[in-house]
Design a protein around this ligand. Structure first.
Ligand code: ASP
Length: 475
């Protein structure tokens, strides 16, 4: 009787979807952090001041000005409490797991995406056009994000949690340094240093040159990296399955020293990302398609509703790929020789929504961090680094839920932001992930239709002549 009840309970629990667990984890983290804050903050803050300065500041302003200097000590004191040490241990474990999967996932995903092209010559032209589409649209997306985040400045309206100030801020690099930093003298070393740009560069070159050797070797390489990719996807999904616990711990550890007020700031950030995504989805991408083809993009949008809804609800471009392929070919009339290549590649490499989101998220955190830490200034140079890395990271992110958030670690490290602040982004990641995935898939679809148009690879009977809805192609 008891065992059957347990089994029934387990059955019910296992049916609850991950995003509900994540929500539960967040709520648990908020309660846990709230408890830690209420129970220990005043005592530990005083203790931290005594240990760092020997005295407790007598005015509020003096406390405010020196607050970040005692943060390291305060965090250490929190980590020594029972609830704090559990939160700290689990949070560190989760961050380590997140970092662990990034490099193998990126390498395998890129090499697979490129070596999937079997006939190099026939696909070179389509590949060139696809690459142009991927880069141009991602760049537009990032620009929209950059504009909005500088316009609305959500980070300045949020309250900054004080954090340890011992973060290295890199000097902005010169142009040659930037180019040179992309080429790894030792690819294994670059991977070991978690240096993503050179790793992406090497993986892309490796994939391209794999297309130029005997087919037998290409098949071997494709088979091997495809297997690695599948395994890494599973491993990443496993890490993501631990997210509810990791998130609870990260949020609890953060809120313990900051109080819960810090969460209000995240609302402005989420609204900025959502506004940027909406503009890119409904205005920029349709406009680009119309300019390139003079065809009605909203007709394609309507025809592909199932694809877009699948992308939205799964938050995974890779998971949606089957539906995307089926609908672009069967309902829009795109020939498989175009869609069969640009869609799988796009699902791995082309992520406009993710690029926009990375840019807004990092700059939001940077605004927040800069407001509280005078030694961290958000220069134009830093913003440019963020733009370039947002593009790189969106290319390197796998098409699975939360991949963009996992990759965020790279940009944080590059611009010298504390990884802890990623906890703030987790709080609203699921809805933003659903939206950005829909934008990612929509960009793949619209790009594919535009390329197919110029290849003469659209079956007019299928979509554009339907119910006289066509705006016909020029010439
Ligand atoms: N979930 C997104 C996708 O599959 C990637 C991301 O997390 O940004 O397209």
């Amino acid at each position: 009787m008891e065992t059957s009840r347990l089994k029934a309970l387990f059955d019910i629990l296992s049916k609850i979807k991950l995003h509900w667990w994540i929500l539960l984890g967040m709520l648990a983290g908020i309660l846990w952090g709230f408890y830690l804050h209420e129970a220990h903050y005043d005592v530990l803050l005083e203790q931290a001041y005594l240990e760092v300065f020997g005295v407790f500041p007598d005015t509020e302003a003096a406390a405010e000005a020196t607050r970040h200097e005692v943060q390291g000590e305060l965090q250490a004191l929190f980590n020594a409490t029972l609830g704090g040490s559990i939160a700290h241990g689990l949070a560190e474990l989760f961050l380590a797991l997140l970092r662990m999967v990034v490099i193998p996932l990126v390498v395998a995903s890129l090499i697979c995406g490129v070596t999937r092209m079997s006939d190099f010559k026939r696909l070179r032209r389509i590949g060139g056009r696809a690459a142009a589409w991927y880069i141009t649209t991602s760049f537009f997306a990032i620009s929209t994000g950059l504009l909005l985040v500088n316009l609305f400045r959500p980070g300045e309206r949020a309250t900054m949690p004080a954090l340890p100030s011992d973060v290295d801020i890199p000097e902005p690099a010169g142009i040659w340094d930037m180019i040179l930093s992309m080429v790894p003298p030792n690819p294994i070393g670059a991977a070991a240093d978690f240096d993503l740009l050179p790793v992406i560069f090497f993986s892309l070159l490796f994939g391209i040159f794999a297309l130029l050797v005997d087919d037998e070797h290409r098949q071997t390489i494709y088979g091997f990296f495809n297997a690695v990719f599948e395994i890494m996807l599973k491993m990443t999904l496993f890490v993501i399955a631990l997210a509810p616990i990791g998130i609870a711990a990260l949020i609890a550890r953060l809120l313990a020293t900051t109080g819960v007020d810090v969460l209000w700031g995240v609302a402005g950030y989420a609204a900025t990302v959502a506004a940027g995504l909406a503009i890119h989805f409904a205005v920029v991408l349709p406009l680009l398609m119309w300019l390139l083809t003079r065809r009605n993009p909203y007709l394609v949008m309507k025809t592909m509703t199932a694809t877009l809804v699948t992308a939205f609800s799964t938050a995974s471009s890779a998971g949606t790929l089957g539906v995307t392929l089926e609908q672009t070919e069967q309902r829009v009339g795109v020939d498989n020789k175009v869609g069969g290549f640009t869609l799988p590649l796009g699902a791995t490499l082309n992520m406009d929504g993710t690029a926009l989101y990375e840019c807004v998220a990092v700059l939001f955190i940077a605004q927040l961090y800069a407001a509280a830490n005078p030694e961290f200034t958000l220069t134009i140079g830093t913003q440019l680094i963020v733009v370039v890395l947002a593009l790189m990271v969106s290319i390197g992110a796998a098409g699975i839920p939360h991949a963009g958030l996992v990759m965020m670690v790279i940009i944080f490290e590059a611009v010298g932001l504390p990884l802890e602040l990623i906890a703030l982004l987790w709080a609203v990641d699921r809805p933003l992930d659903m939206m950005r995935t829909m934008v990612n898939v929509w960009s793949d679809a619209v790009g594919t239709v535009s390329i197919a148009h110029h290849e003469g690879a659209i079956d007019e009977e299928v979509l554009f002549n339907r119910r006289g809805a066509s705006i016909s192609a020029p010439g």
